[in-house]
Design a protein around this ligand. Structure first.
Ligand SMILES: NC(=O)c1ccc[n+]([C@@H]2O[C@H](COP(=O)([O-])OP(=O)(O)OC[C@H]3O[C@@H](n4cnc5c(N)ncnc54)[C@H](O)[C@@H]3O)[C@@H](O)[C@H]2O)c1
Length: 428
């Protein structure tokens, strides 16, 4: 390979897919290298060029100060030596991996590949996907020989959107490559921006598997907490008090019950499940966890209705205020929010639902879920108020302020245990 000995400092980088993962990454690399950020979505590019990041991961001042260039034209990234692909890896309506964005991005890059180039994938996949799904696209589109004329890396992203305490550079990065030289080149590149250091994995497949099991482990642990919450509710014991008591032991893990949404924990396990099935293994715990977590929305809605009945609050045509729609707290991301399961269950039972979420975008909520958001709930209007997402603004407002939206007889259900047990009428 002509450019095998290229120094990390000589790379010019294109980041393909400027979402929650791609934008902070492109910005970090732009401190050390010439970087072009590329996205299919012209609206996203136009917003970023104006200094607006709708994912709220990056401040306008940081965009303004950066040398990062944004582009939606292939000509603007054709000169790059390193392409980093950070496009989504969703599942389809049948929970099957949907490789459409990854294949499309690979085809895009394949057209531009020159001898000596490096392509790094960051999207979460199952072990084997880079070699089996992406590399054939790169070979077919470029006409180059894999590992001799171009090489590939896989370095999974581990950021936690909305979490300002743990920025990209502070999280150890797993790196890997399709050959020892590629592994070295990938590792050298990330070492220059990740102050926490890197963890070189021996194989692409090891790095892929390591990433997906991080999310599988969280999914399984939350499913266990959900199962326990359902049991403790039946037994009339407060789940959080039990978990806090158990947590006094040094090795009890601090997981909490709740809705599991988003495009990582609620999605990635399906990638591993399908790969396992393809090789004749049917994972029991991973699949059971997905089922348990997917049922929690309906369960929560039914808990609220029980609570209303216990408090003599009429359920017929009752008005419910759901607080929060995003898939997690303090983040505008609405994709795969399981709050919608709670809303749909209420609606199916004939209740009227209003949703208030200061973090969510009204148009996106309409597009994704066909629901409207209300900016300012009217005081004295609701029979039930459900804290569905633990946004700090709800916590800081306090229960008394939330109760002002309730009718004289109402219940407050706290699905996130944001408030003390005696401040609310029920909680998960
Ligand atoms: N968001 C997270 O918390 C997180 C954390 C770790 C890993 N991941 C993984 O990282 C990957 C990206 O996730 P994300 O949350 O940043 O996604 P995202 O949806 O926020 O952003 C993806 C971007 O890619 C663009 N895009 C899609 N197809 C494209 C193509 N063919 N060419 C160019 N641009 C294209 C989209 O327009 C979008 O702007 C996924 O595999 C995800 O599982 C996400």
């Amino acid at each position: 390979m002509a450019d095998k000995q290229r120094l990390a400092t000589q790379e010019s980088i294109a980041v393909i897919g400027l979402g929650y993962v791609g934008l902070p990454l492109a910005l970090a690399f732009a401190e050390k290298y010439p970087v072009v950020g590329f996205d299919l979505n012209p609206t996203r590019i136009a917003e970023l060029q104006r200094g607006v990041d709708r994912t709220a991961e990056v401040e306008p001042a940081a965009l303004e100060a950066s040398s990062l260039v944004f582009a939606s034209s292939l000509a603007d990234i054709a000169h790059c030596s390193c392409y980093i692909i950070t496009v989504p890896t969703p599942v389809d309506a049948f929970d099957q991996p949907d490789f459409t964005p990854l294949v499309s991005a690979s085809r895009t890059v394949a057209q531009l590949l020159d001898e000596g180039d490096l392509v790094i994938y960051e999207s979460t996949v199952y072990p084997g996907a880079t070699r089996e799904v992406c590399v054939p696209e790169l070979v077919a589109g470029s006409g180059l020989e894999f590992n001799r004329q171009f090489q590939v890396g896989y370095s999974p992203e581990r950021i936690n959107p909305g979490d300002k305490q743990r920025p990209l550079a502070s999280i150890v990065k797993v790196t890997s490559g399709s050959s020892p030289e590629a592994a070295e080149r990938v590792d050298a590149l990330y070492k220059t921006i990740i102050t926490a250091g890197t963890y070189p994995a021996g194989q692409l497949e090891v790095a892929e598997a390591a990433k997906v099991i991080e999310n599988v482990q969280r999914d399984v642990n939350i499913a266990l907490m959900n199962e326990l919450a359902v049991l403790f509710n039946r037994l009339g014991i407060d789940t959080l008090e039990v978990l806090e008591a158990a947590g006094s032991k040094w090795n009890f893990l601090p997981f909490r019950p709740g809705l599991v949404g988003g495009h990582c924990i609620g999605v990635d396990p399906y990638y591993l499940i399908r790969k396992a099935q393809a090789v004749g293994h049917h994972p029991e715990i991973i699949q059971a966890s997905r089922r348990i977590n997917n049922q929690m929305g309906g369960y929560l809605a039914n808990q609220v209705i029980r609570l209303m009945l216990e408090h003599d609050v009429s359920v017929n045509r009752a008005r419910v205020l759901v607080l929060g729609l995003t898939f997690k707290e303090n983040c505008p991301d609405l994709r795969n929010s399981r709050v919608i399961d709670v809303v749909n269950e209420f609606v199916a039972l004939g209740l009227q639902v209003d949703i208030h979420d200061p973090w969510a975008d009204r148009d996106e909520a309409e597009r994704e879920y066909g629901v409207g958001l209300i900016d300012a709930p009217q005081p004295g209007s609701y029979d039930a108020i459900v804290v569905a997402v633990g946004h700090t603004v709800f916590h800081d407002a306090g229960v008394a302020a939330l109760r002002r939206w309730g009718k004289s007889a109402h219940v407050v259900y706290d699905a996130k245990c944001l408030f003390a047990r005696d401040e609310v009428d029920g909680r998960l």
